[in-house]
Structures are given as C-alpha cells and as structure tokens.
Write a protein of this length. Structure first.
Length: 48
C-alpha cells in the first residue's frame, strides 16, 4: 500500500471543517470549524 500526501489548500477547508466536526475527531481535537477560525489557524500553511 502506498500513501501520498498533498499540501492543504483553502479549497480543502470545507472538507477539513467536516472532519473536525466529526464527534470522534472533536473528542480529541476540539477545534472551531468556522471559515474564520480555519483561516486563522490553517491559512498561513495554505498557498494563496
């Protein structure tokens, strides 16, 4: 099995928000999922 990774982009933010909102994820990683919070916390690592 081969795993690959791709760089996070702003187009991925809705997917990231959904993942963060899942109860089994939120239990361990309680994170705001608003667009503003995602931009604040992950925007600097996402290319424009």
């Amino acid at each position: 099995m081969v795993y690959t990774f791709q760089r996070l982009t702003r187009a991925d933010f809705p997917l990231l928000a959904g993942w963060l909102a899942n109860p089994h994820v939120a239990r361990w990683w309680n994170h705001e999922t608003t667009p503003e919070a995602l931009e604040r916390d992950f925007g600097s690592s996402a290319p424009r």
